[in-house]
Ligand binder design. Structure first.
Ligand code: TZP
Ligand code: MG
Length: 226
């Protein structure tokens, strides 16, 4: 299958992104692939496989699950990113990889993945943004904006102040807000200038996944209709 990022016309963050992150441990009582498909049907625009925590898949089981996630994402034309696992990202020919500050050096990652795979880097300041962009980041993740219970080692809630600073310094760089984002608090994140919002629990834990994604879409300023 084709690597979406190799297509010249492919713009990674052209429209406001509803970027869903999930691993098998976020699926609750649902079957993880069924949850992903519900989210794809509901209209997520980006997907990141973030397989973490107690009972997380490893090895062949993880590679198999990742390949299944990619297959589903392809059916819906949604790019798939792999959290913090260069080897896995390359094995399944993911569209991108996402790393944090405590993960591999981003220059090293860019070298290993080559030019055509997208590279997302989590940053918390203009300084970290500058470093990430220097080593070839495609987009930046920033958060946690609000309190989150999903990431055990998350920093304290940062609000949107640093997002605004980074967007002021780098207006054309896509920034994705993350951390405790729900339909009811998403508007201030959009207004900070993000290209998208990244969500785990508010989508993975929703009764009506498609309905929740629709509520996120309605939270985009100026997109309250249609
Ligand atoms: N990075 C910063 S906060 C976070 C990550 C991966 C977790 C986001 O999960 P939720 O459930 O949307 O708060
Ligand atoms: Mg990480």
């Amino acid at each position: 299958t084709k690597n979406l990022s190799k297509r010249k016309w492919f713009i990674l963050f052209g429209n406001p992104a509803i970027y869903f992150l999930m691993g098998t441990t976020n699926a609750g009582t649902k079957e993880p692939l069924a949850l992903l498909e519900e989210a794809l049907q509901g209209g997520i625009t980006h997907f990141q496989l973030r397989e973490k925590g107690r009972g997380a898949l490893t090895g062949d089981a993880l590679a198999e699950f990742a390949a299944e996630c990619k297959g589903l994402c392809r059916e819906y034309g949604v790019p798939i990113f792999i959290n913090d696992d260069v080897e896995l990202a390359c094995t399944i020919e993911a569209d991108g990889i996402h790393i944090g500050q405590d993960d591999m050096d981003c220059g090293q990652v860019r070298k290993q993945i080559g030019a055509s795979m997208a590279l997302g880097v989590s940053v918390h300041s203009v300084k970290e943004a500058n470093e990430a962009l220097t080593c070839g980041a495609t987009y930046l993740g920033m958060g946690p904006v609000f309190g989150t219970r999903t990431k055990s080692d998350a920093k304290p809630p940062a609000g949107v102040a640093e997002i605004i600073k980074v967007k002021t310094q780098y207006p054309h760089v896509p920034v994705i807000g993350i951390g405790g984002i729900e339909p009811g608090n998403a508007e201030m994140v959009w207004r900070a200038g993000v290209s998208g919002i990244a969500v785990i629990s508010s989508i993975a834990g929703a009764q009506d996944v498609a309905g929740q994604i629709e509520r996120f879409k309605q939270s985009i300023p100026g997109r309250r209709v249609g």
